[in-house]
Design a protein around this ligand. Sequence first.
Ligand code: PGA
Length: 243
Amino acid sequence: MRKPVIAGNWKMNMTCSQSRNYLSDFLPLVKDIPADRKIVLAPPFTAISTVANLINGNTVQLSSQNVHWEDNGAFTAEISPMMLIEHNVEYAIVGHSEPRKYFSESDEQINRRAISAQSHGLIPIVCVGESFEQRERGEAERVIRRQVEQGLEGTDLERLIVAYEPIWAIGTGKTCQAKEANRICGLIREWAASSHLIIQYGGSVKPTNIDEIMSMSDIDGVLVGGASLDPTGFARIANYKVD
Ligand code: PGA
């Protein structure tokens, strides 16, 4: 049984005081959330401790937006798994298309991050997805397959999430059609050869399209950027309904 994971990636948004305000609106709206799903928030590093203290005892779990493969050392601007687990962080996003694009993260580095996260008990959320140009050229499946095979190599698929995030759908308002997202998620499951793998969709998920996305057979949750910044909207997403 794959339990859906609804994750909000705040990216480089939210100070500590904004996080406090957010949670005072958000937590009451998700306190009666059905037990068939998980809710995860990924604040910026500076707000992790604040959020960890406020969600304590609530149904919401915590993710980081990245994690390094070493426990400590001369890696300026990076964050170690040990620094995260100290704050009860349980997940770590790796390989998001933004660090892939702006900092040229490779599949090999992403794989090292995922392995290191797992070795410390964190569940990596490994993001994969094609660009608009790659899709236009008919290369989407080849690109995603490579990201899946290299990114997941040597990992335990029972303790890992894949997020399919077509780059052209991120922050653009253009959602991938639910059926097409479902088709790609089905292929990812085939390539990973795991019927237990949790596979999320990400890219312009909103309160208005969540119910359709969550009704798809191979989509086990969502990774939400922009729409997760609004506590009411994200609570609606977390409270998705499928017939
Ligand atoms: P978006 O971002 O929901 O703003 O499109 C998704 C993501 O980057 O994870």
